[in-house]
Design a protein. Structure first.
Length: 338
């Protein structure tokens, strides 16, 4: 089968950073689906692993943790899907990625693709939707509906992949006042389009930007990028007993003692935790993807596809990695077909 892989960690611009390869087709285990991949999207995790994780013993390492496709075969214990089903999923970080014509994934972290979307539109959603859903409803413990009316959520990096879906979920499904950050006119417009009540510039002090729109402090923060750079400001912006959730990898250690005076709580979100540890509630990712598909098909939320980079090949994926690493991507970068 065709695949895109790498053999050593190199800059995205290097012609061997990602290569077109031929690999043996995999066979499904008991809980696995064998999926014919039709479209993929690219996430920061792809670039981080390419830069920092060397393949073992010179083997080809395949990246890619967002896919939409068609089930070709199922394992002996599979009960949720059958061949011919259209599915979308993010997969597991401790298994081969989806930048290949055929891919294995555990059925418990897979959802049926939204019927109203193309494969490319669907591929933009899984990893970021799982991350945003778990961050909002499980880590920050926000309730669906109007229970949290009067409370507020500051989303730092709202124009990115996770921010683009988190903004929609928070605005459409909760009573929160949603404040997104973005630093350029085009990304600020994107965040407003996705439903944020307010948009502020994270290139300026966040507390000053909040004051500019008449908000003193917020009850919840979702810090999706550059947490270490904004950390002092995030603490200042949070109300006493507020909640701070983050998903990025701060370059500098965070001093948790700074949270004590306000009794602030710190929450990490990694959407791969359930699959990495085969947790008892692993199937919750199947259920939330099913819910996301329903919300898309009913028009409550929309795909976050930002740019279509063409066919799934090494050259196009290198371009996608470079754009992600520049920090200037808006929404999700998608590739389709081999």
């Amino acid at each position: 089968m065709k695949a895109v892989a790498y053999y050593q960690s190199l800059p995205a611009e290097h012609p061997e950073a990602l290569q077109d390869v031929q690999l043996d087709a995999p066979s499904p285990g008991p809980h696995d689906l064998l999926v014919e991949v039709r479209a993929i999207s690219v996430n920061p995790v792809d670039t981080k692993i390419r830069r920092n994780v060397a393949p073992e013993h010179g083997a080809a390492k395949v990246l890619g943790w967002d896919a939409a496709g068609v089930v070709q075969a199922v394992g002996s214990a599979v009960s949720l899907f059958q061949p011919g089903d259209r599915v979308f999923y993010a997969g597991a970080i401790d298994r081969a990625g989806a930048n290949s014509e055929l891919h294995l994934v555990d059925e418990r972290i897979v959802g049926r693709m939204p019927a109203s979307l193309s494969f490319a539109e669907a591929a933009a959603l899984p990893l970021t939707a799982i991350t945003a859903w778990e961050l909002l409803f499980e880590r920050l413990q926000i309730a669906e509906g109007s229970t949290d009316q009067g409370q507020s959520l500051l989303i730092v990096g709202a124009a990115g992949g996770v921010g683009s879906i988190l903004t929609q979920l928070a605005r459409r499904l909760t009573g929160l006042t949603v404040i997104g950050t973005a630093s350029r006119p085009e990304t600020q417009a994107w965040v407003r389009e996705l439903g944020a009540h307010h948009v502020i510039d994270h290139g300026k002090p966040l507390s000053e930007e909040l004051a500019r729109i008449g908000i003193g402090q917020v009850s919840h923060v979702a810090s999706l990028t550059q947490t270490d750079q904004h950390y002092a400001q995030l603490i200042e912006c949070l109300q006493p007993q507020g909640r701070l959730a983050l998903i990025d990898d701060p370059l500098q250690p965070l001093d948790v003692m700074q949270l004590k005076r306000k009794s602030l709580s710190l929450h990490w979100e990694l959407m791969f935790t359930r699959s990495l540890y085969q947790t008892a509630d692993m199937i919750e990712q199947h259920r939330l993807l099913q819910r996301v598909a329903e919300l898309v098909d009913s028009g409550v939320i929309r795909t976050t596809l930002g740019e279509h980079f063409g066919t799934i090949n090494a050259a196009n994926l290198r371009r996608a990695h470079a754009l992600l690493e520049s920090g200037k991507a808006k929404g999700k970068i998608v590739l389709e077909g081999f």
